[in-house]
Ligand binder design. Structure first.
Ligand SMILES: *[C@@H]1O[C@H](CO)[C@@H](O)[C@H](O)[C@H]1NC(C)=O
Ligand SMILES: *[C@@H]1O[C@H](CO)[C@@H](O)[C@H](O)[C@H]1NC(C)=O
Ligand SMILES: *[C@@H]1O[C@H](CO)[C@@H](O)[C@H](O)[C@H]1NC(C)=O
Ligand SMILES: *[C@@H]1O[C@H](CO)[C@@H](O)[C@H](O)[C@H]1NC(C)=O
Ligand SMILES: *[C@@H]1O[C@H](CO)[C@@H](O)[C@H](O)[C@H]1NC(C)=O
Ligand SMILES: *[C@@H]1O[C@H](CO)[C@@H](O)[C@H](O)[C@H]1NC(C)=O
Ligand SMILES: *[C@@H]1O[C@H](CO)[C@@H](O)[C@H](O)[C@H]1NC(C)=O
Ligand SMILES: *[C@@H]1O[C@H](CO)[C@@H](O)[C@H](O)[C@H]1NC(C)=O
Ligand SMILES: *[C@@H]1O[C@H](CO)[C@@H](O)[C@H](O)[C@H]1NC(C)=O
Length: 556
């Protein structure tokens, strides 16, 4: 009978098991039910959550039911011991992690990510009891302070994730909460990074994004090569790592993902990276790397993401790519790369996300290639001089009909914003920063009816909001801020037509006149910032529920 049960679809098995839970007469015919000590430990853990503040109350966790059937719990099918606890992203809130957890000594996978442990410390004792743990995820859980040495005793660990910050590149989050101004929540000082990983020799995945490793920050690469040479994923973004990349790192022969962005790493990009034949992701943006980028890295067959942007002293040449390369993302913005010819990207048929520095494009745009660049959906361009005699040098962008995201930064111009922007009718996201066009945004922007995200910030042109902005009916995010020209004029009442808008930031742009009361009708708005303008009036009777308002008392 047990054999027959295994042939049933999973949901039938679950129903079957559920009916058994209320009846003991079938006894041993099915997998044993939950170990009673484990059920007790889980129930105590449940009690430690403050359900008034949590979005989930773990309703299936009820005494006298089989804990192997509880939400997020998995058991060994023979012994009935709890081997998996996955409470990831359940919106649970607690003042601290209850030690009852450590009675689940058979746990192999523990995931408490994306909950809120109220800024408490990761318990200094207890984890050593989870000696068969292979996967531990404590990321984004509101833990604070020193990572305890006890984590370093979990020598069976294959995957460890204690990341503590999010950085969504160019996304909405960094605009709303400036994550870089926030201090790191977790630190690795005593014990040091070296002490932590010295016994974790089975580790394949290590994620420590946002953990402050400032002390011993120079030795990190040597430590990696010495203790965790089997790593496949290394993610240590924003860890305050400094110094050059030590040669010991060449021992990481199985590495597939290297994410070291947002550190202070100096020196050269080592030649030995080209020997990492499994490398899929090389993310080194926002460091102090310099010298010449090893061209062989471009030839790595499995490389899908290569981002060395924002290393202002890093130079190199973009090679001719052979047909069939796997590159999907290539970002060379704010570097000293030279000799970029668009036709080179024609062979990169997987490339969807391209970032280049305007200064590096050295030839005339080869127009006949443009229709072959239709695989590119995201284009990031920095350091563009729109006022060269061939001011139309960049007008080929207007022909890239496949673009859904366009990011322009650091543009110098003696002209208005090019009207070809209005030709990109598939755009969903347009982000313009540090640009100094002359005059207002062109009317043609109203043609971008699929736009969902529009941000224009730190610009020195008058970002007047013309009525055409009311056409952008799909906008969910609109930010116009720090316009140093300061002649933005009134806010068009047409803004009230943007009835999908969730975030409206019109900050520090010398907008003047009355606040249009049509804002009161924007039912989806949750964030409004109209501060530091010359606006008068108040929003009358808003029907909207704003969660966060920075508007100098403009709501009546
Ligand atoms: C049922 O399981 C119990 C405990 O696991 C065991 O002692 C008993 O012998 C089993 N009975 C049968 C009929 O297999
Ligand atoms: C955890 O185990 C200890 C003994 O190992 C026991 O005294 C304690 O009551 C258990 N706690 C829970 C919540 O089960
Ligand atoms: C850890 O949890 C986070 C959030 O749930 C998830 O994004 C991440 O991929 C997990 N890490 C690992 C190594 O699975
Ligand atoms: C690593 O293992 C050695 C030998 O078992 C032990 O002496 C040392 O304390 C362990 N280090 C950590 C950080 O657990
Ligand atoms: C594209 O790849 C082919 C070989 O696959 C090569 O002959 C050609 O030169 C490449 N073209 C460019 C523009 O890189
Ligand atoms: C842009 O180009 C114009 C004309 O070629 C030149 O005068 C100006 O200095 C350039 N500006 C920058 C910032 O490169
Ligand atoms: C923009 O579109 C218009 C009308 O379709 C066309 O005439 C013009 O050439 C386009 N401009 C660019 C730069 O693609
Ligand atoms: C696009 O913008 C131009 C310039 O404002 C305008 O003349 C044209 O009617 C617009 N096209 C559409 C389809 O809205
Ligand atoms: C808000 O919407 C209602 C119904 O569509 C309309 O009657 C009213 O005039 C609008 N108010 C403003 C200030 O636009």
């Amino acid at each position: 009978m047990a054999r027959a049960t295994y042939l049933l679809p999973l949901f039938v098995v679950l129903i079957h098991l559920r009916s058994l839970a209320s009846s003991t007469s079938y006894g041993n015919l099915t997998a044993p039910s939950c170990h009673p000590d484990h059920a007790a430990a889980l129930l105590q853990l449940k009690q430690s959550f403050l359900f008034d503040y949590s979005t989930n109350t773990l309703p299936s966790w009820e005494a006298a039911t089989d804990c192997c059937l509880w939400e997020g719990v998995g058991c060994d099918s023979v012994s009935g011991q709890v081997t998996v606890l996955d409470l990831s992203g359940r919106g649970l809130y607690s003042y601290s992690l209850d030690r009852a957890l450590f009675n689940l000594t058979s746990l192999q996978r523990l995931d408490l990510s994306k909950n809120d442990f109220g800024g408490s410390c990761i318990p200094a004792a207890g984890f050593e009891r989870l000696s068969v743990l292979t996967h531990l995820n404590l990321s984004y859980s509101g833990f604070y302070g020193q990572i305890p040495i006890v984590i370093g005793k979990l020598s069976s660990l294959i995957s460890l994730d204690i990341s503590s910050i999010h950085y969504i590149d160019g996304g909405e989050i960094d605009t709303l909460y400036n994550v870089f101004d926030s201090y790191s929540l977790l630190v690795l000082q005593e014990p040091s990074f070296e002490t932590l990983v010295s016994n974790l020799t089975n580790l394949r995945e290590l994620y420590l994004d946002g953990v402050d490793i400032a002390s011993g920050g120079e030795d990190w690469a040597r430590t990696l090569g010495k203790y965790v040479p089997h790593l496949q994923v290394l993610s240590m973004a924003y860890c305050r790592l400094v110094g050059p990349i030590h040669y010991s790192m060449s021992l990481l022969r199985s590495i597939e993902v290297i994410n070291l962005k947002l550190n202070g790493i100096s020196g050269v990009v080592p030649e030995f990276f080209a020997d990492f034949l499994n490398l899929r992701v090389l993310q080194l943006s926002f460091n102090n790397l310099r010298g010449s980028f090893p061209p062989k890295i471009f030839q790595l067959k499995n490389l899908g993401v290569l981002d060395v942007s924002n290393n202002e002293q890093l130079s190199g040449n973009v090679p001719k790519f052979l047909y069939g390369s796997s590159l999907e993302t290539l970002n060379l913005q704010d570097t000293l790369f030279s000799g970029v010819t668009l036709s080179y990207f024609v062979n990169l048929t997987s490339l969807t996300d391209l970032g280049i520095d305007g200064r590096s494009i050295f030839t005339e745009p080869p127009y006949f290639f443009i229709n072959k660049l239709n695989h590119i959906s995201t284009l990031r361009l920095s350091s563009i001089n729109f006022s060269w005699e061939v001011g139309s040098k960049f007008s080929w962008i207007g022909d890239l009909q496949s673009l859904t995201t366009l990011k322009l930064s650091d543009c110098y111009s003696t002209k208005t914003m090019p009207s070809w922007i209005g030709n990109l009718t598939n755009l969903r996201s347009l982000d313009i920063r540090y640009c100094d066009f002359i005059g207002p945004i062109p009317h043609s922007i109203g043609n971008l009816t699929t736009l969902e995200y529009l941000a224009i910030s730190d610009c020195a042109f008058s970002v007047q909001l013309l009525s055409s902005v009311g056409n952008l009916r799909n906008l969910r995010f609109l930010q116009i801020s720090y316009d140093y020209h300061g002649l933005s004029g009134p806010i068009t009442p047409a803004i009230g037509h943007l009835n999908k808008l969730a975030v409206l930031i019109l900050r520090d742009c010398s907008f003047s006149g009355r606040i249009p009361n049509t804002i009161a009708n924007m039912t989806k708005l949750i964030f409004l910032d109209l501060s530091q303008n010359d606006l008068v009036g108040k929003i009358q009777n808003p029907t909207i529920t704003l969660y966060l308002i920075i508007c100098e008392l403009c709501i009546k």
